[in-house]
Design a protein around this ligand. Structure first.
Ligand code: ADP
Ligand code: MG
Length: 247
């Protein structure tokens, strides 16, 4: 297949679990600095698409090109190094470390003096931690043990840990689940800032939140694209109302 200007080009992607196609011949393109939201009913295959992109699940057929690198042949580790960051539904932070330390240990290996939690703090690491802490609204919590953060702040910390690696593509699975209304608004602001320097794929059910962030929406149903485009157009789509929004 030809090279593209897209950050991510998914073509004819299929994964079959014992004959059941969770993702079925999916083709989808993500632009540079695009924030795409993927919606759809439970079991539609949304999480599986992220699993395929980050290499957690291996495709049965098809192609995933990330800035012209074929990801389907790479390991999860190589995909992270290529510049893809992925946040799972449950936060995976180090509860007993401070916010500062959580960010610090997420600084990519090889880019600084590294090795253990007690590595020499290069200026680059310190300035990156401060920059990211500011972005994720945790500057005043840097010395706090992560366990003591609110649920929403923990989600932001994990986003910050991914941002420490400065990924070209960031993927978030249901980031505002369990958040307060205020935290949802703040998360929308955060994501709108983050996508200025990278592409972002978000899976989310909260339509008020989706409206605040989506450049385009992809509606998945039974592993296939049911509709794709601007939020207001997708919302009016009869098929989308029938299988998803109407419920
Ligand atoms: P969504 O995130 O849209 O709710 P998922 O991607 O989690 O949906 O799941 C899509 C379908 O694929 C579901 O029917 C699920 O049970 C199935 N599935 C997902 N991962 C696996 C797996 N590793 N093995 C077998 N079936 C799976
Ligand atoms: Mg899911």
């Amino acid at each position: 297949m030809s090279n593209t200007d897209f950050v991510l080009a998914i073509e004819d992607l299929t994964v079959s679990f014992d004959g059941f196609k969770a993702v079925d011949n999916l083709t989808m393109y993500i632009d540079k600095n695009e924030l795409r939201v993927v919606i759809g009913p439970n079991g539609a295959g949304k999480t599986t698409v992220l699993d395929l992109i980050c290499g957690k699940t291996k495709s049965t057929s098809g192609s995933i090109k990330f800035m012209n690198t074929e990801l389907t042949k790479l390991s999860e580790h190589e995909i992270v190094r290529a510049g893809v960051g992925r946040k799972f539904q449950t936060p995976s932070i180090y509860e007993n470390l401070s916010v500062y330390q959580n960010l610090e240990v997420s600084y990519p290996k090889g880019r600084g003096v590294w090795g253990s939690l007690f590595f020499k703090r290069s200026d680059a690491v310190v300035s990156q931690v401060k920059k990211i802490a500011d972005e994720i609204m945790l500057t005043n919590f840097l010395d706090m043990e992560a366990a003591l953060l609110s649920h929403g702040q923990k989600q932001w910390l994990e986003i910050g840990m991914l941002l420490m690696q400065d990924p070209e593509l960031l993927m978030l699975d249901e980031p505002v689940a369990g958040m307060s209304a205020k935290e949802r608004d703040q998360t929308a602001d955060l994501l709108n800032k983050i996508c200025k320097n990278r592409s972002v794929i978000v899976i989310e059910h909260d339509m008020e939140f989706v409206k605040k962030i989506a450049h385009k929406v992809t509606v998945l149903h039974q592993g296939k694209i049911l509709a794709e485009g601007a939020m207001d157009k997708v919302q009016e789509d009869e098929k989308v109302i029938e299988v998803y929004l109407g419920h």
